[in-house]
Structure formats: C-alpha cells, structure tokens
Write a protein that binds this ligand. Structure first.
Ligand code: HEC
Length: 123
C-alpha cells in the first residue's frame, strides 16, 4: 500500500468514527408505552410517529435531529418557528409540510392523524 492510499484509508476511518460518535451523542432512551402511561389511542399515535416522524424529530430528547425536537410541543404557546402551538396549526404543518419537511396529506388516514395528534399532546 502506498503512503497516499494508507492516508486515504485513515481519513475514511476517521470520518466513520466521527459519524458514529456524533450518532452516539444523542441517544433517545426508549421507554415502553406503559412506562409512558399512554392510552391505546396515544400508543397507536406513537406507532405512526415512529414510522413517519422519528427519522427527523426527537420526541423526548430536546436535541434537534433533521428537524426541531417535538418535546413539549404543546406545552409552550409557540412552536420554534413562531407559529402558535395549537391543534390547527400543527395539523397544517403535518398535512402540508414545511420547506424541508414532506407533506403527509396523502400518507396518513384521518384515524392515523387523530392518533398522532393524541400522542403529540403527551410530549
Ligand atoms: C424528512 C424530515 C422530516 C420528517 C419525516 C418530518 N419532519 Fe417535521 N420538520 C422537519 C423540518 C426540517 C422542520 C423545520 C424546518 C422547516 O420549517 O422546514 C420540521 C418542522 C416540524 C414542526 C414545527 C416544529 C417547530 O417547533 O417549529 C412540526 C410540529 C413537525 N415538523 C411535525 C412533524 C410530524 C408530526 C411529523 C410526522 C408526521 C414530521 N414532522 C415529519 C423535517 C421533517
């Protein structure tokens, strides 16, 4: 192996190590539905959240992921974007999306949306 290739291999390894360390920095501890005291509807909403939202939003950690943390979403008068944190406005964001967030109008049934909203209120 030439020195240049060895250096490249080292750099690639370093990049992977950095990514792994960053990922490990913000682990989201996973509690059971029972530990969280979720009702059956809220637990259903959590399944929807896991499938549709969790890749971009932490529910319990206050750290941002690809989008802002949704921890305490309805506990404050305004969302981080300055829009009032109420059912109507949050539903709008979910259905229509935002600049860097996909719209879910075509992807969620009314039941899934209702369950998801019930869950979001527990955060
Ligand atoms: C591909 C990534 C992605 C997915 C999936 C996603 N979001 Fe988002 N979301 C974002 C980004 C990025 C923002 C903020 C930036 C913006 O306004 O474009 C955002 C903003 C929000 C906000 C406003 C939060 C605030 O405090 O300003 C809410 C509420 C929200 N998302 C809810 C959801 C819900 C509920 C789901 C699942 C149905 C979801 N998002 C799925 C990326 C995503």
């Amino acid at each position: 192996m030439t020195a240049k290739r060895a250096l490249t291999a080292l750099l690639v390894a370093l990049v992977f190590l950095t990514i792994a360390m960053l990922a490990a920095c913000h682990p989201e501890p996973r509690k059971t539905d029972a530990e969280l005291g979720l009702t059956p509807q809220q637990a259903q909403g959590r399944r929807v959240y896991d499938a549709r939202c969790a890749e971009c939003h932490y529910a319990y950690s206050t750290h941002d992921l690809r989008g802002p943390s949704l921890n305490g979403l309805f506990k404050r008068p305004f969302m981080k974007n300055g829009i009032p944190a109420n059912d109507e406005r949050v539903t709008d964001i979910i259905l229509m999306g935002r600049a860097k967030m996909p719209a879910f109008r075509q992807k969620l049934t009314q039941q899934q949306l209702d369950d998801l909203m019930a869950y979001l209120h527990t955060l």
